[in-house]
Design a protein around this ligand. Structure first.
Ligand SMILES: [Zn+2]
Length: 111
């Protein structure tokens, strides 16, 4: 075996291993980027829903019919977490409580 053939025989398997390593790292990087993008989308969606919740609260006011004959009044803004296509999304919305029927509800939870 001449020197060129010997070098080629040793180099080709090493190049193959290097290519596999690059593909593995690229796949790992792709997964990390996808997870980050989904996480950012979940944060963005939470911000959007919180804004929607705030807008809904200003539209409805601090007292509204509870649906059981009483009047529910605003208590506070509460966090709610929902499962979406981009993962768990947490947002804040107005929470009302009715003293007559002792039921509470987050504004927009029915939507
Ligand atoms: Zn009520």
């Amino acid at each position: 075996m001449d020197e060129q053939t010997d070098l080629r025989t040793r180099m080709l398997p090493a190049a193959g291993e290097s290519s596999k390593e690059i593909v593995d790292k690229a796949t790992e990087l792709e997964g990390a980027v996808l997870a980050t993008v989904l996480h950012l989308r979940a944060i963005w969606l939470g911000m959007l829903l919180s804004q929607w919740g705030a807008h809904l609260a200003t539209e409805t006011g601090t007292r509204l019919a509870c649906g059981r004959g009483g009047k529910a009044r605003w208590v506070e803004r509460r966090a709610k977490t929902v499962l979406t296509l981009v993962g768990r999304v947490t947002y804040r919305r107005a929470y009302d409580h009715c003293a007559s029927c002792h039921q509470g509800e987050g504004l927009g939870d029915w939507a």
